[in-house]
Ligand binder design. Structure first.
Ligand SMILES: *Cc1c(COP(=O)(O)O)cnc(C)c1O
Length: 318
Protein backbone atom coordinates (compact mmCIF):
# COMPACT_ATOMS: atom_id res chain seq x y z
CA UNK A 1 0.00 0.00 0.00
CA UNK A 2 1.25 3.46 -0.95
CA UNK A 3 2.17 5.92 1.79
CA UNK A 4 3.11 9.57 1.97
CA UNK A 5 6.80 8.55 1.88
CA UNK A 6 6.25 7.46 -1.74
CA UNK A 7 5.04 10.97 -2.57
CA UNK A 8 8.06 12.55 -0.89
CA UNK A 9 10.36 10.31 -2.95
CA UNK A 10 8.44 11.16 -6.13
CA UNK A 11 8.85 14.87 -5.31
CA UNK A 12 12.63 14.36 -5.17
CA UNK A 13 12.64 12.43 -8.46
CA UNK A 14 10.69 15.03 -10.44
CA UNK A 15 12.58 17.98 -8.92
CA UNK A 16 14.10 20.04 -11.73
CA UNK A 17 12.12 18.17 -14.41
CA UNK A 18 8.55 19.22 -13.49
CA UNK A 19 7.50 22.82 -12.96
CA UNK A 20 6.47 23.95 -9.50
CA UNK A 21 3.15 25.42 -10.64
CA UNK A 22 1.64 28.59 -9.17
CA UNK A 23 -1.18 28.74 -6.63
CA UNK A 24 -3.57 31.52 -7.70
CA UNK A 25 -6.45 33.22 -5.90
CA UNK A 26 -9.37 35.32 -7.12
CA UNK A 27 -11.45 37.74 -5.06
CA UNK A 28 -14.32 37.27 -7.48
CA UNK A 29 -14.21 33.49 -7.02
CA UNK A 30 -14.04 33.95 -3.25
CA UNK A 31 -17.06 36.27 -3.31
CA UNK A 32 -19.05 33.93 -5.52
CA UNK A 33 -18.33 30.88 -3.34
CA UNK A 34 -18.18 32.57 0.06
CA UNK A 35 -14.94 30.69 0.66
CA UNK A 36 -11.20 31.28 0.41
CA UNK A 37 -10.18 29.37 -2.73
CA UNK A 38 -6.62 28.36 -3.63
CA UNK A 39 -6.22 27.18 -7.22
CA UNK A 40 -3.23 24.90 -7.86
CA UNK A 41 -2.68 25.56 -11.54
CA UNK A 42 -1.48 22.38 -13.23
CA UNK A 43 -2.64 23.85 -16.54
CA UNK A 44 0.78 25.53 -16.33
CA UNK A 45 2.60 22.21 -15.79
CA UNK A 46 4.82 20.81 -18.56
CA UNK A 47 2.59 19.36 -21.34
CA UNK A 48 -0.22 21.44 -19.87
CA UNK A 49 -1.42 18.99 -17.22
CA UNK A 50 -0.42 17.30 -13.94
CA UNK A 51 0.13 13.98 -15.78
CA UNK A 52 3.79 14.88 -16.36
CA UNK A 53 4.39 14.28 -12.64
CA UNK A 54 3.24 10.66 -12.57
CA UNK A 55 4.73 9.75 -15.94
CA UNK A 56 8.16 11.17 -15.14
CA UNK A 57 8.18 9.55 -11.70
CA UNK A 58 7.35 6.14 -13.20
CA UNK A 59 9.94 6.35 -16.00
CA UNK A 60 12.67 7.68 -13.71
CA UNK A 61 12.38 4.39 -11.80
CA UNK A 62 13.02 2.20 -14.87
CA UNK A 63 15.96 -0.24 -14.77
CA UNK A 64 18.59 -0.20 -17.54
CA UNK A 65 16.80 -3.09 -19.33
CA UNK A 66 13.43 -1.32 -19.17
CA UNK A 67 14.99 1.88 -20.51
CA UNK A 68 16.46 0.03 -23.48
CA UNK A 69 13.15 -1.70 -24.45
CA UNK A 70 11.02 1.42 -24.03
CA UNK A 71 7.57 2.28 -22.65
CA UNK A 72 4.05 1.71 -24.01
CA UNK A 73 0.84 3.29 -22.77
CA UNK A 74 -2.79 4.04 -23.62
CA UNK A 75 -4.34 7.44 -23.02
CA UNK A 76 -7.06 9.83 -24.15
CA UNK A 77 -4.43 12.50 -24.36
CA UNK A 78 -2.57 14.14 -21.52
CA UNK A 79 -0.93 10.99 -20.19
CA UNK A 80 0.20 10.29 -23.74
CA UNK A 81 2.00 13.62 -23.95
CA UNK A 82 3.36 13.13 -20.46
CA UNK A 83 4.86 9.74 -21.30
CA UNK A 84 6.18 10.94 -24.68
CA UNK A 85 7.92 13.97 -23.17
CA UNK A 86 9.21 12.18 -20.05
CA UNK A 87 10.53 9.35 -22.23
CA UNK A 88 12.42 11.69 -24.55
CA UNK A 89 13.86 13.62 -21.60
CA UNK A 90 15.12 10.32 -20.17
CA UNK A 91 16.24 8.89 -23.55
CA UNK A 92 13.55 6.17 -23.64
CA UNK A 93 11.50 5.08 -26.71
CA UNK A 94 7.69 5.43 -26.34
CA UNK A 95 4.61 3.95 -28.08
CA UNK A 96 1.24 5.57 -27.31
CA UNK A 97 -2.20 3.98 -27.92
CA UNK A 98 -4.79 6.77 -28.42
CA UNK A 99 -8.56 6.73 -29.13
CA UNK A 100 -9.77 7.69 -32.62
CA UNK A 101 -11.66 10.69 -31.19
CA UNK A 102 -8.81 12.17 -29.11
CA UNK A 103 -8.48 15.95 -29.61
CA UNK A 104 -6.25 16.71 -32.60
CA UNK A 105 -4.11 19.00 -30.46
CA UNK A 106 -3.27 16.15 -28.10
CA UNK A 107 -2.40 13.71 -30.90
CA UNK A 108 -0.18 16.30 -32.61
CA UNK A 109 1.55 17.22 -29.35
CA UNK A 110 2.23 13.55 -28.53
CA UNK A 111 3.90 13.03 -31.89
CA UNK A 112 5.78 16.30 -31.45
CA UNK A 113 7.24 15.03 -28.17
CA UNK A 114 8.62 12.02 -30.02
CA UNK A 115 5.98 9.38 -29.20
CA UNK A 116 4.90 6.73 -31.76
CA UNK A 117 1.07 7.06 -31.91
CA UNK A 118 -1.17 3.99 -32.43
CA UNK A 119 -4.89 4.81 -32.94
CA UNK A 120 -7.70 2.51 -31.70
CA UNK A 121 -11.54 2.63 -31.71
CA UNK A 122 -12.74 3.66 -28.24
CA UNK A 123 -16.12 1.93 -28.74
CA UNK A 124 -14.96 -1.34 -30.34
CA UNK A 125 -11.50 -2.18 -29.04
CA UNK A 126 -10.00 -2.67 -25.58
CA UNK A 127 -7.01 -0.38 -25.15
CA UNK A 128 -5.69 -2.31 -22.16
CA UNK A 129 -5.63 -5.47 -24.27
CA UNK A 130 -3.78 -3.69 -27.12
CA UNK A 131 -1.31 -2.30 -24.58
CA UNK A 132 -0.61 -5.69 -23.07
CA UNK A 133 -0.07 -7.19 -26.53
CA UNK A 134 2.44 -4.49 -27.50
CA UNK A 135 4.21 -4.88 -24.18
CA UNK A 136 4.57 -8.60 -24.85
CA UNK A 137 5.60 -8.30 -28.50
CA UNK A 138 8.20 -5.57 -28.01
CA UNK A 139 9.29 -6.18 -24.43
CA UNK A 140 8.15 -2.66 -23.55
CA UNK A 141 6.96 -1.74 -20.06
CA UNK A 142 3.32 -0.69 -19.85
CA UNK A 143 2.72 2.43 -17.78
CA UNK A 144 -1.06 2.95 -17.59
CA UNK A 145 -2.55 6.45 -17.09
CA UNK A 146 -3.71 5.98 -13.49
CA UNK A 147 -3.69 2.41 -12.14
CA UNK A 148 -0.03 2.25 -11.11
CA UNK A 149 1.64 3.04 -7.75
CA UNK A 150 4.42 5.18 -9.27
CA UNK A 151 1.88 7.19 -11.29
CA UNK A 152 -0.28 7.79 -8.19
CA UNK A 153 2.76 8.83 -6.13
CA UNK A 154 3.86 11.29 -8.83
CA UNK A 155 0.38 12.84 -9.12
CA UNK A 156 0.32 13.33 -5.33
CA UNK A 157 3.19 15.81 -5.57
CA UNK A 158 0.83 18.54 -6.86
CA UNK A 159 -1.27 18.48 -3.67
CA UNK A 160 1.94 18.22 -1.61
CA UNK A 161 3.18 21.47 -3.18
CA UNK A 162 -0.20 23.09 -2.51
CA UNK A 163 -0.14 22.18 1.21
CA UNK A 164 3.54 23.14 1.48
CA UNK A 165 2.63 26.56 0.10
CA UNK A 166 -0.68 27.45 1.77
CA UNK A 167 -0.72 25.23 4.87
CA UNK A 168 -3.63 23.11 6.09
CA UNK A 169 -6.98 23.33 4.28
CA UNK A 170 -10.58 22.55 5.24
CA UNK A 171 -11.52 21.06 1.88
CA UNK A 172 -9.58 19.81 -1.14
CA UNK A 173 -11.49 19.41 -4.44
CA UNK A 174 -9.90 17.09 -7.00
CA UNK A 175 -10.90 16.21 -10.58
CA UNK A 176 -11.59 12.49 -10.91
CA UNK A 177 -11.14 10.27 -13.93
CA UNK A 178 -9.34 7.03 -13.16
CA UNK A 179 -8.24 8.26 -9.76
CA UNK A 180 -4.50 8.90 -10.06
CA UNK A 181 -4.75 12.54 -9.04
CA UNK A 182 -7.40 11.88 -6.39
CA UNK A 183 -5.57 8.97 -4.72
CA UNK A 184 -2.23 10.83 -4.73
CA UNK A 185 -3.86 14.00 -3.40
CA UNK A 186 -5.63 12.08 -0.64
CA UNK A 187 -2.33 10.54 0.51
CA UNK A 188 -0.73 13.99 0.62
CA UNK A 189 -3.72 15.48 2.46
CA UNK A 190 -3.80 12.76 5.13
CA UNK A 191 -0.14 13.45 5.95
CA UNK A 192 -0.01 17.23 5.61
CA UNK A 193 -3.52 18.34 6.59
CA UNK A 194 -5.22 15.49 8.46
CA UNK A 195 -8.47 17.39 9.07
CA UNK A 196 -8.93 18.28 5.40
CA UNK A 197 -11.98 16.81 3.65
CA UNK A 198 -10.82 15.32 0.35
CA UNK A 199 -13.56 15.31 -2.29
CA UNK A 200 -13.40 13.91 -5.81
CA UNK A 201 -15.42 15.63 -8.56
CA UNK A 202 -16.72 13.75 -11.62
CA UNK A 203 -18.90 14.64 -14.59
CA UNK A 204 -22.59 13.87 -13.91
CA UNK A 205 -22.73 11.42 -16.80
CA UNK A 206 -19.61 9.55 -15.66
CA UNK A 207 -20.18 9.02 -11.95
CA UNK A 208 -18.61 5.57 -11.73
CA UNK A 209 -16.31 6.76 -8.92
CA UNK A 210 -19.23 8.00 -6.86
CA UNK A 211 -21.06 4.71 -7.38
CA UNK A 212 -17.91 2.80 -6.46
CA UNK A 213 -17.35 4.71 -3.21
CA UNK A 214 -20.98 4.14 -2.18
CA UNK A 215 -20.87 0.46 -3.04
CA UNK A 216 -17.42 -0.21 -1.58
CA UNK A 217 -16.15 -1.81 -4.79
CA UNK A 218 -15.09 -0.68 -8.26
CA UNK A 219 -18.19 -0.12 -10.45
CA UNK A 220 -17.85 -0.21 -14.26
CA UNK A 221 -19.99 2.00 -16.55
CA UNK A 222 -20.18 2.60 -20.32
CA UNK A 223 -17.96 5.27 -21.93
CA UNK A 224 -19.51 8.46 -20.50
CA UNK A 225 -20.81 11.17 -22.81
CA UNK A 226 -19.26 14.36 -21.43
CA UNK A 227 -17.12 17.28 -22.59
CA UNK A 228 -14.66 16.35 -19.81
CA UNK A 229 -12.54 14.11 -22.05
CA UNK A 230 -9.92 13.52 -19.32
CA UNK A 231 -12.66 11.90 -17.21
CA UNK A 232 -14.10 9.70 -19.98
CA UNK A 233 -13.09 6.53 -18.17
CA UNK A 234 -15.31 3.55 -17.43
CA UNK A 235 -13.94 2.70 -13.97
CA UNK A 236 -11.40 3.83 -11.39
CA UNK A 237 -8.20 1.82 -11.03
CA UNK A 238 -7.72 -0.90 -8.40
CA UNK A 239 -4.62 0.67 -6.79
CA UNK A 240 -6.48 3.99 -6.90
CA UNK A 241 -9.62 2.64 -5.30
CA UNK A 242 -7.66 1.09 -2.40
CA UNK A 243 -6.55 4.60 -1.42
CA UNK A 244 -9.80 6.35 -2.40
CA UNK A 245 -12.02 4.11 -0.30
CA UNK A 246 -9.78 4.66 2.74
CA UNK A 247 -8.81 8.33 2.40
CA UNK A 248 -11.44 10.13 0.30
CA UNK A 249 -14.44 11.61 2.12
CA UNK A 250 -16.89 11.96 -0.74
CA UNK A 251 -17.30 12.07 -4.53
CA UNK A 252 -19.70 14.59 -6.10
CA UNK A 253 -20.71 15.38 -9.68
CA UNK A 254 -21.11 18.49 -11.83
CA UNK A 255 -22.92 18.99 -15.16
CA UNK A 256 -21.26 19.83 -18.49
CA UNK A 257 -23.07 23.20 -18.36
CA UNK A 258 -21.38 23.93 -15.04
CA UNK A 259 -18.01 22.99 -16.56
CA UNK A 260 -18.57 25.45 -19.40
CA UNK A 261 -19.54 28.12 -16.89
CA UNK A 262 -16.28 27.52 -14.98
CA UNK A 263 -14.25 27.61 -18.22
CA UNK A 264 -15.75 31.01 -18.96
CA UNK A 265 -15.00 32.17 -15.44
CA UNK A 266 -11.34 31.18 -15.72
CA UNK A 267 -10.98 32.82 -19.13
CA UNK A 268 -12.78 36.02 -18.24
CA UNK A 269 -11.76 36.65 -14.64
CA UNK A 270 -8.44 34.81 -14.23
CA UNK A 271 -7.15 35.02 -17.82
CA UNK A 272 -6.55 31.28 -17.99
CA UNK A 273 -7.41 28.57 -20.48
CA UNK A 274 -8.57 25.51 -18.54
CA UNK A 275 -9.78 22.37 -20.30
CA UNK A 276 -13.26 21.04 -19.38
CA UNK A 277 -11.90 18.26 -17.15
CA UNK A 278 -9.70 20.78 -15.37
CA UNK A 279 -12.82 22.70 -14.31
CA UNK A 280 -14.43 19.87 -12.30
CA UNK A 281 -13.22 20.99 -8.86
CA UNK A 282 -13.90 24.68 -9.46
CA UNK A 283 -17.40 23.93 -10.79
CA UNK A 284 -18.21 22.12 -7.55
CA UNK A 285 -17.09 25.10 -5.44
CA UNK A 286 -18.63 27.83 -7.62
CA UNK A 287 -22.04 26.12 -7.77
CA UNK A 288 -22.38 25.21 -4.11
CA UNK A 289 -22.27 21.48 -4.85
CA UNK A 290 -19.84 21.07 -1.97
CA UNK A 291 -20.54 23.29 1.06
CA UNK A 292 -17.49 25.56 1.22
CA UNK A 293 -18.78 28.76 2.82
CA UNK A 294 -16.32 30.27 5.28
CA UNK A 295 -13.78 27.54 4.50
CA UNK A 296 -10.23 27.42 3.23
CA UNK A 297 -10.46 25.37 0.05
CA UNK A 298 -7.83 23.93 -2.28
CA UNK A 299 -8.81 23.27 -5.89
CA UNK A 300 -6.64 21.30 -8.28
CA UNK A 301 -6.92 22.69 -11.79
CA UNK A 302 -5.72 19.60 -13.59
CA UNK A 303 -4.95 20.82 -17.12
CA UNK A 304 -5.40 23.31 -19.94
CA UNK A 305 -5.20 21.31 -23.15
CA UNK A 306 -8.21 22.07 -25.33
CA UNK A 307 -8.42 22.65 -29.09
CA UNK A 308 -8.84 26.39 -29.67
CA UNK A 309 -11.84 25.79 -31.95
CA UNK A 310 -13.51 23.69 -29.24
CA UNK A 311 -12.63 26.30 -26.61
CA UNK A 312 -14.21 29.04 -28.75
CA UNK A 313 -17.36 26.93 -29.15
CA UNK A 314 -17.60 26.36 -25.39
CA UNK A 315 -17.04 29.93 -24.26
CA UNK A 316 -18.67 31.60 -27.28
CA UNK A 317 -22.16 30.23 -26.68
CA UNK A 318 -23.67 33.28 -24.92
C1 LIG B 1 -6.14 12.58 -16.60
C2 LIG B 1 -6.79 13.85 -16.27
C3 LIG B 1 -7.73 13.93 -15.25
C4 LIG B 1 -8.16 12.72 -14.44
O1 LIG B 1 -7.07 12.21 -13.71
P1 LIG B 1 -7.11 10.75 -13.10
O2 LIG B 1 -5.80 10.60 -12.45
O3 LIG B 1 -7.31 9.79 -14.23
O4 LIG B 1 -8.26 10.70 -12.17
C5 LIG B 1 -8.27 15.16 -14.94
N1 LIG B 1 -7.92 16.26 -15.64
C6 LIG B 1 -7.03 16.23 -16.64
C7 LIG B 1 -6.71 17.48 -17.34
C8 LIG B 1 -6.42 15.02 -16.99
O5 LIG B 1 -5.54 15.00 -17.98
Amino acid sequence: MLTYADIEQAAQRILGAAHRTPVLTSRTADQRSGAQLFFKCENFQRIGAFKFRGAYNALARFTEDQRRAGVVTFSSGNHAQAIALSASLLGIRSAIIMPHDAPALKVAATKGYGGEVIIYDRYKEDREEIGRRLAQERGMTLIPPYDHPDVIAGQGTAAKELFDEVGPLDVLLVCLGGGGLLAGSALAARALSPGCKVIGVEPELGNDGQQSLRKGEVVHIGVPDTIADGAKVTHVGDHNFDVIKRDVDDIVTVSDAQLVDAMKFFAERMKMIVEPTGCLGAAAALNGIVPVEGKKVGILISGGNVDLAAFARFVGAA
